[in-house]
Design a protein around this ligand. Structure first.
Ligand code: PEP
Ligand code: MN
Length: 358
């Protein structure tokens, strides 16, 4: 007899489980509707006051046997699941989100060169423009190896205000002249949206550095241009924050955005940053934008450039970025990580050896 009773009670539990399942999913659907309404109203989905109210209501209505604490803990879990559902639905709607397997943004430069089309792109140049001769010497070597995008950095976001800040507009002029000489394209970091009109005279690709990844005003302004933008991941930005930063540019009207993983801050001291290669693989799944690996700032040292270049190419990234200087020890910035010209050639030989399937 007790056996029958047990089976009957278990059948009741099974039935209740199914009812709970149905109710939880019904709740999920209603919560999604709320997400749409709050979005239309321009309001945040998460409302802490509303959450507190719901918990109070549940506490008042609770007749046991579960304690109020247990009920609140269970419902907090349900609220968390609703938030996660809402977040994943919001992400799926993002313009930068990859929707199908063959969904990819291909950026076409003025001479027809494509970035993001499955061919591994190398972006290179010195950390900063220091003189015409310095940039010319580097560009000549890069052009010889088919590099099309030249770093022409004239505004340097340095940690100390007393360090070299870049040559400013004269540096951009040098960059333009050198790029024209070799049929290359200039990318240069912009730190302030008020510089956009001046930059338009010199640069082919705007560059947003790690420290400005969340400069919404700058991102929105670059979104109104019809020139490509390179966006670097912030020093401690999550991948989600990185993609939302790219979304600022794309949703403002400019679809030509490339992402650069440049290492994130961790406890490790033997490298300047930690190259998040797993993050690169995740970005390739999550977004259709080209993803480039910065093997210079992520490492902070030139002696590991080759293995990082191999990893970058094998990771499925669309390219890599590396700093090259005619005489790195006397460079005005990032002396420890810039490659010499012979080291750059060795790196290119190495990259050419790594086979990839795309
Ligand atoms: C750079 O690439 O020029 C640079 C300054 O790097 P980051 O913004 O990643 O620090
Ligand atoms: Mn640098």
């Amino acid at each position: 007899m007790p056996d029958n009773r047990l089976q009957e009670l278990r059948a009741q539990v099974d039935e209740i489980n199914l009812q709970l399942l149905e109710l939880l999913n019904r709740r999920g659907r209603v919560v999604s509707e709320i997400g749409k309404v709050t979005q239309e109203m321009g309001r945040s989905f998460y409302d802490p006051q509303r959450e507190a109210q719901m918990l109070q209501m549940l506490e008042a209505a609770n007749n046991g046997p579960f304690s109020n604490e247990t009920i609140k803990a269970l419902f907090r879990e349900i609220f968390r699941a609703s938030m996660a559902l809402e977040e994943s639905q919001a992400r799926a709607k993002m313009l930068v989100q990859r929707k199908t397997d063959d969904d990819r943004t291909v950026i076409t430069l003025p001479d027809g060169t494509e970035i993001g089309n499955g061919v591994f792109t190398v972006i290179s140049g010195p950390c900063a423009v220091e003189s015409y001769e310095q940039l010319d010497e580097v560009a000549a070597a890069l052009a010889e190896r088919g590099v099309k995008v030249l770093r022409g950095m004239a505004y340097k976001p340095r940690t100390s205000p007393y360090e070299f800040q870049g040559l400013g507009e004269p540096g951009l002029k040098i960059a333009r002249q050198v790029a024209n000489k070799y049929g290359m394209f200039i990318t240069s970091e912009i730190m302030d949206k008020s510089d956009i009109p001046m930059f338009m005279d010199y640069v082919d690709i705007f560059w947003v550095g790690a420290r400005n990844m969340q400069n919404g005003a700058l991102l929105k302004s670059l979104g109104q241009l019809n020139r490509p933008v390179i966006l670097k991941r912030g020093l401690a930005a999550t991948l989600e924050e990185f993609l939302y930063a790219a979304e600022y540019i794309v949703s403002s009207g400019n679809p030509n955005v490339m992402l650069i993983e440049r290492g994130i801050r961790t406890f490790e001291k033997w490298t300047r940053n930690t190259l998040d290669i797993g993050g690169v693989a995740v970005l390739k799944l999550e977004t259709h934008l080209p993803v480039i690996v910065d093997i210079s700032h992520s490492a902070g040292r030139r002696d590991i450039a080759l293995p990082l270049a191999r990893v970058a190419k094998a990771s499925g990234a669309d390219g890599l970025m590396v700093e090259v200087h005619p005489n790195p020890p006397v460079a005005m910035s990032d002396a420890k990580q810039q490659l010499t010209i012979p080291e750059f050639h060795a790196l290119m030989d190495e990259i050419e050896r790594v086979e990839i399937r795309v």
